[in-house]
Structure formats: structure tokens, C-alpha cells
Design a protein around this ligand. Structure first.
Ligand SMILES: C[S@@+](CC[C@H](N)C(=O)[O-])C[C@H]1O[C@@H](n2cnc3c(N)ncnc32)[C@H](O)[C@@H]1O
Length: 244
């Protein structure tokens, strides 16, 4: 995978700074995403089902707060720490979540530091595909594991790649047909062009293996369709030896 010509962090921030209204509504913000609403609800429900009472939640790449809001619908007493590169996105999320917000931080998910065991739930929706090198993914997954309490859950929805070239081509064709059905060939080409410019997704199997390798005890797929997947991992309740 070539990452050198991909958008920089500053370019990604500028794009999202200008797109707060669209991303404040799941039906319009993620229209290019297959099964966006189904996946958001599945992630929120699974995260809520595995969470203790009064959880502390970290939402990385929170955007305008859609996933935190979906979680709070199920667990009203949850307290949120929000992180996003984009100040306008973060402000919108803070506004929408009101008194449920404990902390809002503008920053890159690669540069975060939190105390070990601080959170019960970590949400990461449509953001991990901005990580570039395998080392960045490993560092982030290991950090998520460290920041969770024993029994805490890391829940992800994202664009995913495929390992076999023929399967990748098949899924690209299916996704292309979906986009064409929404907005015609020009819309399909526009979405494919920004994915090419901006995103570096990794295969689902690769991410699931990395979750195990970074210490997570149970890993479950909630939904996968063409190039999109929702999944989660739980930190063991008692100490478990990490793979080298
Ligand atoms: C597609 S939006 C998804 C927002 C939200 N999670 C949702 O599903 O509605 C991606 C968000 O991730 C943020 N983002 C992208 N790269 C990031 C990074 N390296 N660190 C922090 N936030 C990032 C963007 O600013 C944007 O708000």
C-alpha cells in the first residue's frame, strides 16, 4: 500500500472543518457509506450491552458526535471524552452532547495520552482509515487496550480493505454499483477519488488479528458488507499475557 501521496493531517483537518453540517446528520454525512445507520446502531447497542453502569466513554474522531449520541440514547448517564482533529467538528459534538461531556480535545489520535484504565468504552467510527503505517495502527490499538478498564470495550466502524486482489476487485465493483445507484457514475468516481487521495484502510482480518495481538481477549464482528465493517473487542477482566 502506498501512503506517501496521501492527504496530510492538515489537508484532512481542512476538509472536515468545512463539512460539519453534513456530518451532523448521519443520513447525509455518511450517505456514501454502506449500511451506515445499521452499523451505528449495532455498535451503540453492542457497546451498551457490554458496558457497566455509568460508563466513561472515549470517542476518537468523534466528528459531530453521532456515535456518542447513539450510545447516550442507550446509556443516558454515560460521560464522554471527545477527540477530533477538527475544532468545528469538536465544538458541534460538544454542543450536541451538552452536559454529558467531561472533556473535549482537539488533536490527532496518534498523539493522545490518557491514564491507563480510564475508560469503559472506546468508540472509533470512520476514523481509523486515516492511520497510515502498520506501526501507527499497532500503537493505537495497544493504547486503546491500555486506556480501557478490565472488561472495557473498543468498538469500531470503518471502511476496510480486502487481502486477495480478486476479492478487493469484487468488493470495489459492488461498492461502485452502490454509489452509482445513489448519484450516478460521476458521484461514484468522486467518492473513489477521495478514498484514493485520503484513506488507507486495512483488511478486516488484519485488524482482528491486531486486536488479539495487542491484548484484547474477545473480538466480535457485528456486520460486514463490501468495504465496510463494524466490530469490537473486549479487554480481559484479569491480566492476560500480550503477544510479542
Ligand atoms: C468521517 S468523520 C466520522 C465522524 C464520526 N465518528 C461519525 O461517525 O459520525 C471522520 C472524523 O475523524 C476526524 N479525523 C480524521 N483523522 C483524524 C485524526 N488523525 N485524529 C483525530 N481525528 C481525526 C475528522 O476530523 C472527522 O471529524
Amino acid at each position: 500500500m502506498t501512503t506517501s501521496k496521501k492527504s496530510s493531517v492538515a489537508e484532512i483537518r481542512a476538509r472536515f472543518d468545512a463539512d460539519v453540517e453534513r456530518f451532523s446528520r448521519l443520513e447525509t454525512g455518511q450517505v456514501a457509506t454502506m449500511d451506515a445507520v445499521v452499523c451505528m446502531n449495532l455498535v451503540a447497542e453492542a457497546a451498551a450491552a457490554c458496558s457497566p453502569a455509568s460508563p466513561r466513554v472515549l470517542d476518537i474522531g468523534c466528528g459531530a458526535g453521532n456515535y456518542s449520541l447513539a450510545f447516550r440514547d442507550r446509556v443516558p448517564e454515560a460521560r464522554f471524552t471527545l477527540v477530533d482533529l477538527s475544532r468545528p467538528m469538536l465544538e458541534r459534538a460538544r454542543e450536541r452532547l451538552g452536559g454529558s461531556v467531561e472533556q473535549a480535545r482537539q488533536g490527532d489520535i496518534r498523539r493522545l495520552a490518557f491514564d491507563a484504565g480510564r475508560f469503559d468504552v472506546i468508540l472509533a467510527a470512520a476514523v481509523l482509515h486515516h492511520l497510515r503505517t502498520p506501526g501507527e495502527w499497532r500503537t493505537l490499538f495497544a493504547a486503546a487496550h491500555r486506556w480501557l478498564r478490565p472488561g472495557g470495550g473498543f468498538w469500531v466502524f470503518d471502511l476496510v480493505d480486502h487481502e486477495h486482489p480478486a476479492v478487493r476487485a469484487l468488493m470495489r465493483r459492488r461498492y461502485g454499483e452502490y454509489l452509482e445507484g445513489l448519484g450516478g457514475a460521476a458521484y461514484r468516481d468522486k467518492v473513489f477519488a477521495y478514498i484514493e487521495r485520503e484513506d488507507t484502510p486495512r483488511p478486516l482480518g488484519w485488524q482482528l488479528r491486531l486486536l488479539h495481538d495487542t491484548g484484547f481477549a474477545s473480538v466480535d464482528v457485528l456486520h460486514a458488507n463490501a468495504g465496510f465493517a463494524a466490530f469490537g473487542a473486549i479487554k480481559a477482566r484479569s491480566a492476560r499475557k500480550r503477544a510479542a
